[in-house]
Design a protein around this ligand. Structure first.
Ligand SMILES: Nc1ncnc2c1ncn2[C@@H]1O[C@H](COP(=O)(O)OP(=O)(O)O)[C@@H](O)[C@H]1O
Ligand SMILES: [Mg+2]
Length: 276
């Protein structure tokens, strides 16, 4: 396995701020990985996302994305084409009054030829399941559909990595599930590396790996099962553990013999049925 993102001892301070938003973070993301990043509000997740996308530059330390360091304007631009970004609020990402034009925006900025744009936009809208809305107005769509259009715009640029910064936070449960499944599909079927920032534990349990941020630092990383087995530490950081992990903890406290690393309903059902 090789790293597609390498973050080495990176810190970042906003100009007006007293304290650094990101402090000495080191993290490697493997090619093809689905990495979830967790952390309470203000823990530095969005700052880290912007660093990955070269929207801001490290105050200290080094970052490389697909082998490129953000040393000058050209390399930063190159990073942004290889590492796409989907934000939290779908409304803030809409730039046009027609879905397919919205989707073409990034490609137009890249100077891609019109026929190629046509091809890539059609393909991208089909991949996110929004082809039939190509001529609709984005403002008429649901939140989840708007996010899928935003994702199509990113996919059309053929990135190797997509960073989702709480992209399901404003969606209803259906939209949330759709957008999350789409990210998983892009990861599994297209091999796109995903950095999935979230505060939904049921999403994080499905990632290959979870990294936890607290007060600007990266404080834990590992397989979801391993990270969530540290329930007390997770709670101390103002985060929840998955509902079934929580329930298992309560039942264990009451003397029921269950393993510490239950994460899903299915696992809980299996373990409960095993009990005599
Ligand atoms: N543009 C900004 N200027 C100054 N401080 C900021 C700015 N954006 C974020 N911060 C501060 O940086 C810290 C990390 O914020 P952020 O990366 O947005 O965290 P998260 O995404 O985990 O909620 C917070 O203390 C926040 O107040
Ligand atoms: Mg944020």
């Amino acid at each position: 396995m090789s790293s597609i993102i390498s973050i080495q001892n990176v810190s970042f301070s906003y100009e007006e701020a007293e304290d650094s938003a990101v402090k000495g973070v080191s993290l490697e993301v493997e090619k093809g990985e689905f990495l979830a990043i967790l952390g309470r509000n203000g823990s530095g997740k969005s700052t880290l996302a912007k660093l990955l996308n070269a929207l801001i530059l490290p105050t200290d330390g080094a970052i490389s994305v697909d082998g490129i360091s953000p040393t000058d304007e050209d390399s930063r631009y190159e990073i942004r084409t290889r590492c796409g970004m989907v934000f939290q609020n779908p409304d803030n990402q809409i730039v046009s009054t027609i879905v397919e034009e919205d989707c073409a925006f990034g490609l137009e900025n890249m100077g891609v030829a019109p026929q190629e744009i046509r091809r890539r936009v059609d393909e991208a809208l089909a991949r996110v399941g929004m082809a039939e809305y190509a001529l609709s107005s984005p403002h008429m769509l649901s939140g989840g559909q708007k996010q899928r259009v935003a994702i199509a715009g990113v996919v059309a640029m053929r990135p190797k990595i997509i960073v989702f910064d709480e992209s399901t936070a404003m969606l209803d449960p259906v939209g949330r599930r759709d957008v999350f499944s789409l990210a998983r599909k892009l990861n599994r079927e297209e091999g796109i590396t995903i950095v999935w920032i979230t505060h939904f534990m049921e999403e994080a349990v499905q990632a290959d790996r979870v990294a936890v941020m607290d007060a600007g630092r990266l404080v834990m990383q590992g397989a979801p099962r391993e990270v969530f087995s540290h329930e007390a530490e997770i709670r101390a950081m103002g985060l929840d553990v998955p509902e079934m992990t929580q329930l298992a903890g309560i039942l264990r406290g009451a003397g029921v013999n269950l393993p510490a690393d239950i994460m899903t309903c299915d696992e809980m059902a299996v373990e409960l049925c095993r009990l005599k």
